[in-house]
Design a binder for this molecule. Structure first.
Ligand code: URA
Length: 266
């Protein structure tokens, strides 16, 4: 049943809706039942604006994702500036707890007009120190994978689900990933890559909006934010179990076929 809000609470709710809209979140998970203008937002028992929406907000499959296609595609000449604007919006971010341990925000790296984008989980120690994604051991392997596809690293774009290093390299908590990933989604919308390669289960989960075992997701084309999405193993996993490199190469060949690329002659 809808609850009547006091003017103060209504204005707090509206401000919070605006905050999430700025982040690119348009679908709100219904917990309490309080109607704002045209939208419904979760409220606490006391009727105050609730904490940021939980995992369900972005992980719940939505029948028609509002932001699947960018509303006004960014012209190739404007993409670098548009990425810069997103970085400015992030600012000296304190939106989630990950900011407490970070040294650098790892925004993303590469060609703003890339046809191919790689998305990992989150920065590790080397990335946190340098402010660049995939520059440690896993990054070396990713560079080799990119080269094996006949590309250079500066021809693709590389980013992560979260932009600050999780302590002890743990998997980002849902609230951290849900707070940060809207900025990644905006980056994808600007770059409009033809193909995204998700590196590992965390990237796959937040790009698909649903959690499934990696084995069930590999080997076929999915879609995310208007791009084709191919899911493969995280390079850190391949360092631990190199026997899976063959499988990962098959995934990359799928991406190459979609992009019309041929592996360079050895
Ligand atoms: N692992 C990731 O998922 N991302 C990085 O940037 C580095 C390691």
């Amino acid at each position: 049943m809808a609850t009547r809000l006091s003017p103060e609470t209504e204005s707090a709710v509206r401000a919070r809706i605006g905050y999430f809209r700025d982040l690119g979140i348009f679908d709100f998970y219904r917990r309490g039942s309080v109607s704002g203008e045209n939208e419904t937002i979760a409220v606490t028992e006391e009727g105050s604006a609730a904490a940021p929406p939980a995992l369900e907000t972005t992980l719940k499959p939505t029948p028609a994702p509002v932001l699947l296609e960018p509303t006004s595609p960014t012209a190739p000449t404007d993409r670098a500036a548009a990425l810069h604007a997103i970085r400015n919006d992030i600012g000296d971010c304190t939106r989630c707890a990950l900011h407490k341990g970070r040294h650098n925000i790892v925004f993303g790296d590469g060609d703003a007009n890339a046809r191919l984008m790689f998305i990992g989980e989150g920065p590790g120690a080397d990335e946190d120190a340098q402010g660049l994604p995939f520059v440690g051991r896993a990054g070396q392997l990713l560079n080799n994978m990119i080269n094996a596809m006949g590309l250079r690293r500066d021809q693709v774009y590389i980013a992560n689900i979260v932009k600050c290093r999780p302590p002890q390299n743990r998997v980002p908590e849902p609230d951290e990933a849900n707070t940060c990933s809207p900025f990644l989604f905006r980056q994808i919308d600007v770059i409009q890559p033809e193909v995204i390669v998700a590196l590992g289960a965390t990237a796959a989960t937040y790009l698909l909006g649903a959690k499934s075992p990696l084995a069930a997701l590999r080997g076929r084309i999915h879609h995310a934010r208007g791009s084709k999405l191919i899911i493969t193993y995280h390079p850190a996993y391949l360092l631990r179990d190199p026997r899976q490199k063959k499988e990962a190469w098959a995934d990359l060949q799928l991406a190459m076929a979609e992009l019309g690329l041929q592996a360079p002659a050895k």
